[in-house]
Design a protein around this ligand. Sequence first.
Ligand SMILES: CC(C)(COP(=O)(O)OP(=O)(O)OC[C@H]1O[C@@H](n2cnc3c(N)ncnc32)[C@H](O)[C@@H]1OP(=O)(O)O)[C@@H](O)C(=O)NCCC(=O)NCCS
Length: 147
Amino acid sequence: MIIREFRPSDLKRVFEIENMSFSQSYGINTFKGLYDMGTGFLVAEEDGYVIGYIIFWIKYENQGHIISLAVDKNYRRLKAGTRLLSKAIQVLMMFDIANIYLEVNENNCGAYKFYKQFNFKVDRIVPNYYDGGDGAIVMYLPIIRSR
Ligand SMILES: CC(C)(COP(=O)(O)OP(=O)(O)OC[C@H]1O[C@@H](n2cnc3c(N)ncnc32)[C@H](O)[C@@H]1OP(=O)(O)O)[C@@H](O)C(=O)NCCC(=O)NCCS
C-alpha cells in the first residue's frame, strides 16, 4: 500500500468511496473545488487501485481540520485509514497548529473507536449536525511538540 497525493484522475474513484461510506455526500464538484483550493488531499493505493482518501486543511490559524476520510468497504481494517490519517497529521504538524479537529456522526461507532485509538478527545456534541437529524461528535487531537 502506498499513500500519495490525489490526482484529478482519481476524482471518480474517490467519489465512489465517499458514496459507499456516507449517507450524506459532499458531491463530486465540492471534491474538485477543495482540490483546486489547495487543501491537503491524499489517497491510499493498493496495487494501483485507490482504496481510500483523506482531505484536510488548516481551518483557522492554529487549527487543523480533517474534512473527510474514508476507506473502501472491501479494504477496511487493513490500516489504510491509519496510514492516511498518520500522514495527514504529519503534514499538518509542519505548521504551527495546536489541535486537529474533526466531526464524526454520533452513530458511527467504528469511526469513533478508530479516532479514539489515535488519542482524539471528545470536545462537544453538536445536535442535528447532519441531514436527517443525526448529531456530530466534535473530536480533537492536541498537538504536543517535543522541544
Ligand atoms: C473509519 C475508517 C476510515 C477506518 O479505516 P480503516 O482502514 O478500516 O481503519 P484501520 O484498519 O486503520 O483501523 C485501525 C484501528 O482503528 C479501530 N477501528 C477501525 N475501524 C473500526 C470499527 N469499524 N470498529 C471498531 N474499531 C475500529 C481498530 O482499533 C483498528 O485496529 P484493528 O483493526 O487492529 O483492531 C473506515 O472504517 C471508514 O471509511 N468508515 C466509513 C467512513 C467514516 O466513518 N469516516 C470517518 C468519519 S469522519
